[in-house]
Write a protein that binds this ligand. Structure first.
Ligand SMILES: Cc1ncc(COP(=O)(O)O)c(C=O)c1O
Length: 491
């Protein structure tokens, strides 16, 4: 702790410079040795808190002590999401370019609620989101030069909520904002959609009972005929269908809803179509994978998360609307203390009206760094690599008589199971995760416990996937041996 710290309590720029370098070194070291940590934290509930002092310190402490405690007290409670042996959930990958962009954003400390509160924060965001329209082959109506546009949200959950709110208002001529919902509005999504859609219907005041979960086909994709029939039933009952969420890449099995057919039904009934491509949207960077996005040109809104599969650290969700006026009219409230000349001129975007919070971080900076560092080619390279690794893994599963694929694997998620049943699969997963060698999670498909191998970490290589498969088979054989031993003992 230096002198200035003693007098005004602040860290001096000199100390910041020194400590900042130490932190960067610490992070670089962490990535160099990340595979030496067990991927899943092994601490017990309450263990981390028990290691922390009961009360906050009265006197400021040295930075060195803090960094030491990160290593000693915090690291054991970290799930190593950035490990190349992390195959769980969906990825939440990042990159050094993104970390540095985020650091600069923290350094600048900008709060970009209005264009005027940091013009660069707004304009860079608009610009980068326009770039992404071209990069992903999204429809031109999502560009800021059209009636639509894009904005960075914290998460896909927030995007879905904003889309639903705008849909609710469009369907009620902006009356629900004034008087609340009357219980007649209905939303639709598939039985495989992410839980954030259910949460959105609760928050938006439609009520969970007014969310229809539409049946899926054998590939776990929404059945358009079932959607159309349900909408007809609701109309007959005097309800008001207002919102459909189609998914490109469901969380459970990466199923891809038939967006074009769903969009046709939405158009027929004037229903808002939101497309949730939270993880799989990144695939559209590669022209040969854009078939996954067929029909997005007919959507009212769309989102994908660079914080899942595009090397941009959490949080960063890109949300696009075809008609920004509907979104802004839904969310805009302008108190006197935010009035300013630029806003009044109508010549600028004020992103505060495009999402729930007023305040907003300068998230475009990290996204800009990622895109500039990798270039489109670099990003495509990694997406293709992950998809190829998933294909290889799926081919190994297919070729093994003890295992089966549980769903198609169109991109970077492989759903598979041991033929021995739920208990065997559960035991395989538990033992693998406890070993710390890798981490994977499960789902249930057609009522059966299914393992998911999700490939998308920045540094995952063929050797990691090969080792994962070898470990999975090893644990499967151990289970078979235990099962046989048990049946011999029983007989
Ligand atoms: C398809 C889908 N939608 C939405 C979400 C929610 O993402 P977020 O954490 O950005 O809200 C997920 C998360 O995995 C997802 O897979």
């Amino acid at each position: 702790m230096d002198k200035a710290h003693d007098t005004n309590f602040h860290m001096t720029p000199e100390e910041f410079r020194r400590r900042g370098k130490e932190v960067i070194d610490w992070i670089a070291d962490y990535y160099e040795k990340i595979e030496s940590y067990p991927v899943m934290s092994r601490v017990k509930p309450g263990e981390i808190r028990a290691s922390l002092p009961q009360n906050a310190p009265e006197e400021g402490e040295s930075f060195g002590a803090m960094l030491q405690d990160v290593e000693k007290l915090i690291l054991p409670g970290i799930m190593h999401w950035q490990s190349p042996n992390f195959f769980a959930y969906f990825p939440s990958n990042n990159s050094f370019a993104s970390i540095l962009g985020d650091l600069l954003s923290s350094g600048l400390g900008v709060q970009g609620m209005l264009w005027g509160t940091s013009p660069a924060c707004t304009e860079l965001e608009t610009h980068v989101l326009d770039w992404l329209v071209e990069m992903l082959g999204l429809p031109q109506k999502f560009r800021s030069s059209s009636a639509g546009g894009g904005v960075i949200q914290d998460t896909a959950s927030s995007s879905a909520l904003c889309a639903l709110l705008a849909a609710r208002e469009r369907a009620t001529n902006y009356e629900s904002n004034e008087r609340g919902c009357d219980g007649r509005l209905i939303a639709y999504t598939s039985s495989q959609a992410h839980s954030s859609i259910e949460k959105a219907t609760k928050i938006a005041g439609l009520g969970r009972e007014n969310l229809r979960l539409i049946d899926v086909d054998e590939k776990f994709a929404m059945r358009p005929d079932a959607l159309a029939a349900q909408i007809e039933r609701d109309l007959d009952a005097g309800r008001v269908p207002c919102f459909v969420c189609a998914t490109i890449g469901t969380t459970s099995s990466n199923a891809i809803d038939p967006v074009r057919q769903v969009a046709g039904i939405c158009r027929e009934h004037g229903v808002w179509l939101h497309v949730d491509a939270a993880m799989s949207g990144t695939a559209a960077l590669c022209p040969e994978l854009r078939w996954t996005h067929d029909g997005v040109d007919l959507a009212d809104s769309y989102c994908f998360n660079p914080h899942k599969w595009m090397f941009t650290n959490f949080d960063c969700d890109c949300f696009y609307v075809a008609d920004r006026a509907a979104l802004i009219k839904t969310l805009s409230v302008l108190p006197e203390y935010l009035r300013n000349e630029a806003t009044e001129s109508g010549a600028v975007i004020d992103y505060r009206d495009w999402h729930i919070p007023l305040g907003r971080r300068f998230r475009a900076l990290k996204l800009w760094f990622v895109i500039r560092h990798y270039g489109v080619k670099g990003l495509q390279h990694h997406v293709r690599r992950h998809v190829e690794l998933a294909r290889q893994f799926a081919s190994w599963v297919n070729a093994d008589a003890d295992f089966e694929l549980a769903a198609p694997a169109p991109l970077n998620l492989v759903c598979f199971r041991h033929r021995g049943g739920d208990a065997v699969n559960q035991a395989i997963m538990d033992r693998l995760n406890q070993s710390g060698d890798l981490f994977l999670t499960h789902t249930r498909l057609n009522g059966r416990l299914t393992l998911r191998l999700s490939i998308g970490q920045t540094r995952t290589e063929l050797r990691n996937v090969e080792r994962a498969w070898a470990r999975i088979r090893e644990e499967a054989q151990a289970q078979s041996a235990t099962g046989k031993a048990a049946s011999i003992r029983r007989s």
